[in-house]
Design a protein around this ligand. Structure first.
Ligand SMILES: Nc1ncnc2c1ncn2[C@@H]1O[C@H](COP(=O)(O)OP(=O)(O)O)[C@@H](O)[C@H]1O
Ligand SMILES: [Mg+2]
Length: 380
């Protein structure tokens, strides 16, 4: 039986071996916990910094049982793990967040239905599982639109933007046989997100709302705080809280949102785990998103999530940006983070860099470009 709060030296099991698990394990180590990782990947980013690894597939009952033996509590670092696998783990050890929360975030139709039921608006959307669905969705949602697979999407994979009916039918045939969702394109002024933590006792803390810029569908830059009116930030914060409470979340939650030209906030998707747009908190907050994740999972008190500095976070994506590493580590003021991935494929997140500014002193685009030094060209 696991008792909470977890005592020092207890072991937190993390399903998934990527950079989010790596940074969670590093935060856990500082709090005196060990981490044990379940991943099919030898030499994974998380495995490199953890006390132990079970090498196996997320659906393999033997691997799951072995993993559970090593863990006092289980969490996960990405959504595309098998929910049935998590159910098996939940029969053996406490799992935080629960498999029910994972299920909501895994499938875009369930996710958007849940978000709308919680009273939070989204882009117009409709499920597409057949030709007649697509015709109805086109009539209801309108064009331009984005056709997305309902599962296993990330960094824009499994998505097609369509401007005409002909393009929609072409994309439909290409994305088959997967179940799909058609979403109206939001003509957004900016993309923002909020990362919040919730404890088993309902304890709650939210980091400042941030602004996110994508390049080739991959997060490129995060500005903390978001350069939006206070009321918009307050609305976004309220969205995070509402969704976290509706989920009865124990752990960490990120909500990605659009802000329209009129200042309307629309939720895009949720992730019940640490999020790329929260990496700046490692350097700009007393307790990072990873520490809050571990605190919530371990039953420790949450801390206020206030930032002590403003920050810009730049992802290092693919071999081109990784090649700038020698200059990055030689530049004072750039705080480097590398994930230990052996191979730098195009589009792969290899690490990130944070640059801090005095609170209230976040510069505009040109100041950001200058402050990022060798990474500045890529930043605009
Ligand atoms: N309905 C939409 N309207 C406008 N842009 C969108 C819409 N859906 C997605 N996008 C763009 O594509 C990016 C990735 O889409 P998202 O739904 O977040 O999928 P992923 O799981 O790949 O992150 C978003 O951050 C946004 O830039
Ligand atoms: Mg997204």
């Amino acid at each position: 039986m696991t008792a909470f709060p977890l005592p020092p030296n207890a072991t937190i099991g993390i399903v998934g071996g990527g950079q989010l698990g790596r940074m969670s394990a590093m935060a856990a180590a500082r709090l005196g916990y060990r981490c044990h990782i379940l991943t099919p990947e030898p030499d994974s980013p998380a495995g490199q910094v953890a006390a132990g690894v079970t090498l196996g597939e997320y659906e393999d009952p033997a691997a799951l049982r072995d993993f559970a033996l090593h863990a006092d509590v289980v969490t996960f670092e990405f959504e595309n793990v098998s929910a049935e696998g998590l159910d098996l783990l939940a029969s053996l050890k406490p799992v935080r967040p629960s498999p029910a929360v994972l299920r909501v975030s895994q499938e875009r139709i369930i996710e958007k239905t849940f978000i709308n039921r919680a009273g939070v608006p989204t882009a117009p959307w409709a499920p597409v599982e057949s030709e007649s669905d697509l015709a109805a969705a086109l009539a209801g949602v309108g064009l331009p639109a984005i056709l997305k697979t309902t599962r296993l999407g990330y960094d824009g994979r499994g998505q097609a933007r369509v401007a005409t009916e002909a393009e929609a039918w072409e994309a439909y045939r290409r994305l088959l046989p997967h179940p799909l969702i058609l979403e109206g394109v939001v003509d957004f002024a900016c993309e923002i997100s909020v990362v919040c933590a919730r404890g088993a006792d309902g304890d709650y803390a939210a980091f400042d709302v941030v602004e996110n810029r994508h390049r080739d569908h991959i997060l490129d830059l995060t500005f903390a705080p978001a350069r939006i009116p206070e009321e918009t930030a307050a609305t976004a914060e309220a969205v995070g809280r509402r969704v976290a409470e509706a989920l009865d979340l124990v752990g960490l939650l990120a909500v990605e949102m659009f802000v329209t030209a009129e200042g309307k906030v629309l939720a895009n998707e949720i992730a019940p785990r640490p999020h790329n747009s929260g990496h700046w908190t490692i350097d700009a907050c007393p307790a990072s998103q990873f520490e809050m994740h571990i605190r919530a999972v371990a039953g420790l008190p949450l801390l206020p999530a206030a930032r002590h500095s403003d920050a810009v976070m730049k992802n290092l994506v693919g071999p081109e940006e990784l090649a700038l590493w020698p200059e990055i580590v030689a530049t004072p003021g750039l705080i480097p983070h590398l994930y230990g991935k052996a191979e730098a494929r195009p589009g792969r997140k290899m690490g990130h860099v944070t640059r801090l500014f005095p609170k209230g002193g976040l510069p505009g685009p040109f100041g950001t470009q200058a402050a990022l030094g060798v990474l500045g060209d890529a930043a605009l």
